[in-house]
Every structure is written in C-alpha cells, then in structure tokens.
Write a protein that binds this ligand. Structure first.
Ligand code: FA5
Length: 350
C-alpha cells in the first residue's frame, strides 16, 4: 500500500475510533467517501501515474474505499445497538405476568340521559332522528318564522361560518326537514308525525355554572289532527317522571319563541339546592329546562303541512341541563371538561 493511501487509512481509523454519535459518523462518512472526500480525492491523483501504476493504485484505493464503507456500517450498527440498550435501561421495569387492570370507562352522563329519553319516547311511538351540526340560515331561523333582521335572532348568539352557513344554535333547526320528511305519511296514511331529534348546539355564550357554549338539546315534535296543549303536558310529565323516577317540581310559564304560539317555559325546581337558590340555578331556585309550545301555523305551512287541518306541539329539552340535574353536577362546564376523574364520579353505569 502506498504511503499516501496508508496515511488516509490511518487517519480514518483514528477518527472512527473517537466517534460516539450518529451525526459525527455521518460527518466522517462524507469527509472520506463523499464527492470531495479524502478517498475520492486519492483517485484524482491517478492522472499523473503511468498505465501500470494506475492499475495497482486504483485497486488499492478501491480496497480502501470498501474497508472504509464496511467500517462505517459496523460502527453504525454498534451505535444503534448502544442507543437501544440506553433506551431500554431508561424504561420503567414492568412485570408482564401481572393481571391486566380491567377498570373500564363509563358512558358520559349526557349520553346516558339522552339514551334514557330516547327509550321513553320510542316506547311512546316517536322516531329518533339525527341532524347535521352545520345548518343553513333558512333551517335555523327563516323556516321557524324568524326572518332576517328579526330581533328574536338576538336570543341566540350564533356562530356564522364564512360560507353563510352556521353552527346549529338549537335543535329546532331540524324541524322543517322533519315535517317535509313525514308530511306525506301524515296526509296520505293519517300517520301522526312523532319525532325526537337530539343534537349538539353551539352558542357564543359567556359561560357560567348553567351556560355552556357547546351543549345538547333534544327537540321533539308531534303533529296530527286535534293535538292540544294537554298532549304536550302529558308527554313532558311522562318524560320527566321516567328520567328522574320520582316526583319533580316543575312550573309552566309563558315564554316567547316565534315558532310556537302559545309558547311556554318549563322550569324544573333546582335539584342541586332543593329550590333554595345556588349558582347552578342562578340563585332563582328554578332552572329553565324545556321550552315548548304549539307549533306556529306559519312553521307548519313552511314544512308543507296545512295548519287549518293539523296542529302540533314542539319542545326543546336542554339535555345537558337535564344531565346536570339527574347526576347532581353543580357546574355545567364539568360535563365538557373531558376529565375522567370528574366525569366518572357522576355515574358508574357501564
Ligand atoms: C330554544 O333553543 C328553542 N329552540 C326551544 C324550543 C323548541 C322552544 C321548540 C319552543 C319549541 P332556549 O334558547 O331557551 O330555546 O334553549 C332551550 C333549552 O336549552 C334551555 O331551556 C336550556 O335548558 C338549554 N340551553 C340553552 N342555552 C344553553 C346553554 N348556553 N348552555 C346549556 N344549556 C342551554
């Protein structure tokens, strides 16, 4: 081996023996075998050699090149092995023969109360419908007798999207589609429209113990000939007694919603404070739970139903507040907290 080749080889071996990190290994790989590396540069020296010398020197440099590449590969494997050993030594020891912790998660209190309401209404012949969370201005307002610029729009701080659609601010936004879906069966087969549609609602609210910006409602409608307020009260009472399994104090008072006439607010005596007044009920002893009323003739008409022939009721149950009352959750924001520690204490149902 020529002195020059020997010199390059020795320098390489010295440098390699000091390498401890992958990035340094990469550096010397480039330094020796890269385009302008020491080994590559050796080949350029062949220009000045005779034909015979070129042959021997060329072979010599190629051998060196292979040795350098092999040594680098070996060093890489060694460094990788050391890295794995290091990571393993940092891992906490665990016993794979230990029995698994079989503690399972639980359903969210809102899911439980929603399912319970669905069962109650299904048993009374109501269909359960699902609806989009993004709706049009028509669905959310205009079809509900709330024209553009009507002051009733201020009752709901709505999130508008850039394309003019909006995040559903109440489940009433599905009413029009439900009427249109079932109106033919109502008219042609005499089948009453009976549907509930739970869903997530969004409002740009200042949050407090009983207000969230994202909450659940469950809308219910029934349309047929001769539907009256007594039907509405019957279904509300049945639903509440089934959910709470005990007598609950409620009050019905007039309420204004452009899509019902007459309209009511159905309040529940606060179960957190027993009606004494606390932050959960804004210190009033009562919690607004389920506004309702007789569907406005214009809303029926917009849904393709003749208000001269048919009447109906609608309600908008605050599901999140119902879950608060049922599970004794003092602050509504806990229900959206995502904290398993908080949520699992409200229910151990699986
Ligand atoms: C409405 O949303 C009407 N669409 C309800 C309705 C339907 C009336 C059909 C008549 C006929 P309101 O904005 O009051 O109404 O909301 C209804 C219920 O949803 C409230 O009583 C309350 O229980 C719940 N709710 C409203 N806003 C919030 C909020 N920010 N956080 C938690 N629950 C809320």
């Amino acid at each position: 081996m020529s002195a020059k080749t020997q010199e390059v080889k020795q320098a390489f071996l010295d440098a390699l023996s000091k390498i401890e990190k992958m990035e340094d290994l990469e550096k010397i790989r480039v330094e020796y075998t890269g385009k302008k590396g020491y080994v590559t540069e050796l080949l350029k020296e062949m220009k000045s050699l005779s034909h015979e010398e070129k042959k021997t020197f060329g072979q010599e440099v190629n051998v060196l090149k292979n040795e350098v590449n092999d040594a680098i590969s070996q060093k890489r494997e060694e460094l990788e092995r050391k890295q794995i050993e290091l990571e393993n030594s940092l891992m906490p020891e665990f016993d794979i023969s230990m029995p698994a912790d079989l503690k399972r998660g639980s359903y969210h209190p809102i899911t439980l109360v929603q399912r319970q309401c669905e069962e109650v209404f299904k048993s009374m012949g109501f269909a359960v419908e699902d609806y989009s969370e993004i709706v049009t201005d028509y669905e959310c307002f205009e079809a509900l007798n709330i024209p553009k610029d009507h002051p009733a729009r201020d009752m709901q701080d709505t999130y508008y999207l850039e394309n003019g659609q909006l995040l559903k601010s109440h489940t009433s936004a599905a009413q029009n589609a439900i009427y249109k879906k079932y109106k033919d069966a109502l008219v042609n087969e005499g089948k009453a429209i009976k549907a509930i549609f739970p869903g997530r609602c969004f409002r740009n609210e200042a949050t407090d113990a009983c207000h969230e910006n994202t909450f659940f409602q469950m809308e219910g409608v029934m349309v047929d000939k001769d539907i009256s307020i007594s039907n509405l009260i019957f279904f509300m009472k049945t639903m509440l007694s089934e959910v709470f399994q005990k007598d609950i104090k409620v009050r019905l008072r007039p309420g204004f919603f452009p899509f019902v006439e007459p309209g009511f607010e159905l309040d529940i005596s606060c179960l957190i404070c027993g009606g004494e007044g606390c932050p959960s009920c804004k210190h009033s002893g009562w919690l607004e739970l389920c506004p309702c009323g007789m569907i406005h003739p214009r809303v029926l008409e917009e849904g393709g139903i003749d208000p001269e022939e048919y009447t109906g009721f609608a309600f908008g149950l605050g599901l999140t507040r119902l879950a608060m009352m049922k599970y004794g959750v003092k602050d509504i924001r806990d229900l959206n907290s995502g904290s398993l520690k908080t949520l699992s204490q409200f229910t151990d149902d699986k």
